[in-house]
Design a protein around this ligand. Structure first.
Ligand code: ZN
Length: 470
């Protein structure tokens, strides 16, 4: 498989340290608020990558952290503790907030068919590992204590900036913003490994450490959690493009300093989801969550389809119109699959492979899901039996996870249930619905009696009106 590597800025043949096994790390969510759909774009694309690697025969070990430790609004020693802010907002304890939003994150993932990684590790469960790593960095001379905090000394590295997609001047602007007011740092790019002194006094979660009561810096958690489960070598590290700097740059700095050798050769980054006014964020404009999409009548699968229609290395613009288009394209696709379901004959294995070849080629070429979906559309036009087409679609959907056959079957059984109810009854049910809406309950009751006289019973349930034969 060819996969773009943010370190080399080229598409490379993806290789792993151990034949047939991928150790894959994903930066997990910060759990003080709901994830917005822009965050979830990254998780959808990482999910497709994991499933494609599995479908290609790899045994994938996937690890994800949950950032539930003091969440600074910036990388520097400034800003509020986001967890505490969330807790104050919602009158809950910090750990209650973390649990609530961790559950909410995985509920959103489930709706989007994002598989839960094999290992999910909350940072608060690894404080001893972080303390050990910071001690080791101090011992090795890569860290120093100043003003009560422990800092990583970036001047001890031959090369600190590792991702060259960004101009060094741009990075320095980011660094400058982060270190504003922190005179303890020896070099502007140095970052905190352990805090005991923070600009906000009411940091809720603190632990004893050799440097005093405090809490770990953000970056150290990913290095330590990765090493805890994957050992000294990682094959693939994933995240959103905004993690490149400073987070991933700092992860590499710490990990290689700790290990004394190269750590992870391949870095996969998903570009932003933008709104028409710029990058989607928690603080700007309408806060777009999976629940909001559902409230507005969208199937979460339509959002997944929307994401898959474009390449992960292109920024994607979200508008309601774009989502409408994706939803209608998704529905049309399901409608095209429905007539194929009836064919119960055995699929032709050779023909199925031929249908799958362009799909695999697209996925093998830097996870080109847009082209892979074109290959899916081509299945409908192909000269093959319906059963063979269904088998090919099922195979593709192991990676796309769009519920294609399930949704087609559900649409089919819904319609056959509808067909059994005579049009006359449906018309009366419709009239009754209108009467209820107009609060004309006398008319609604009369219509119910009329329906009952014709041998049908209607019941109001939470899912809507249920019509059954008496
Ligand atoms: Zn991370």
């Amino acid at each position: 498989m060819l996969l773009y590597n943010s370190l080399s800025r080229t598409k490379e043949t993806f290789r792993t340290a151990e034949l047939g096994k991928v150790k894959m790390y994903t930066c997990g969510p910060t759990v003080y608020h709901f994830a917005h759909i822009g965050n979830l774009r990254t998780y959808i694309m990482e999910d497709v990558l994991e499933k494609h690697l599995s479908a290609s025969g790899y045994d994938v070990l996937r690890i994800m952290n949950i950032t539930d430790v003091g969440h600074l609004t910036s990388d520097g020693d400034t800003g509020d503790d986001k967890m505490l802010k969330g807790a104050k907002r919602e009158h809950k304890t910090v750990m209650e907030i973390a649990k609530f939003y961790t559950d909410a994150f995985f509920a959103d993932c489930a709706k989007l068919n994002i598989k839960t990684p094999e290992i999910v590790q909350p940072a608060t469960g690894c404080i001893d590992d972080f303390i050990q790593a910071v001690s080791k960095l101090l011992e090795k001379g890569y860290a120093y204590e100043a003003g009560g905090n422990v800092y990583f000394d970036t001047s001890k590295l031959d090369q600190y900036y590792r991702f060259h997609d960004f101009k060094e001047e741009d990075l320095e602007v980011g660094v400058r913003e982060g270190v504003e007011g922190d005179s303890n740092k020896r070099n502007k790019a140095d970052f905190v490994l352990w805090f005991t002194k923070s600009k906000f006094d009411d940091q809720e979660l603190k632990w004893e450490s050799p440097w005093g009561l405090g809490y770990p810096g953000w970056h150290i958690e990913c290095s330590c959690i990765s090493m805890k489960y994957a050992g000294e070598y990682l094959d693939l590290h994933c995240g959103g493009i905004d993690n490149v700097f400073p987070h991933h740059t700092n992860e590499i700095a710490q990990s290689e300093a700790l290990l004394g050798h190269a750590w992870c050769p391949h870095w996969f980054h998903v570009l932003h989801l933008n709104t028409s006014s710029g990058k989607m964020s928690k603080s700007k404009g309408e806060f777009l969550t999976v629940s909001l999409l559902e409230e507005k009548g969208y199937d979460p699968m339509a959002y997944r389809f929307f994401c898959l229609q474009s390449h992960y290395r292109k920024s994607l613009v979200f508008t309601w119109e774009n989502l409408d288009n994706a939803q209608s394209a998704y529905k049309k696709m399901i409608a095209k699959i429905r007539p194929l379901l009836a064919d119960q004959s055995a699929p032709d294995a050779a023909q199925k492979d031929a249908l799958l070849a362009p799909f695999r080629e697209a996925m093998d070429n830097d996870l080109n899901t847009a082209l892979a979906i074109t290959a899916l559309y081509d299945v409908f036009k192909a000269d093959a039996s319906a059963a063979t087409k269904c088998a090919a679609i099922a195979e593709m959907d192991k990676e796309l996870s769009l519920n294609l056959l399930e949704a087609a079957k559900a649409a089919d059984s819904e319609q056959s249930a509808e067909q059994e109810i005579p049009a006359e009854i449906l018309e009366l049910v419709e009239q009754r619905k209108e009467a209820r809406k107009a609060k004309d309950f006398a008319k609604a009751d009369a219509l119910r009696d009329q329906i009952a006289a014709l041998g049908w019973e209607i019941r109001e349930t939470r899912a809507g009106t249920e019509i059954t034969k008496k």
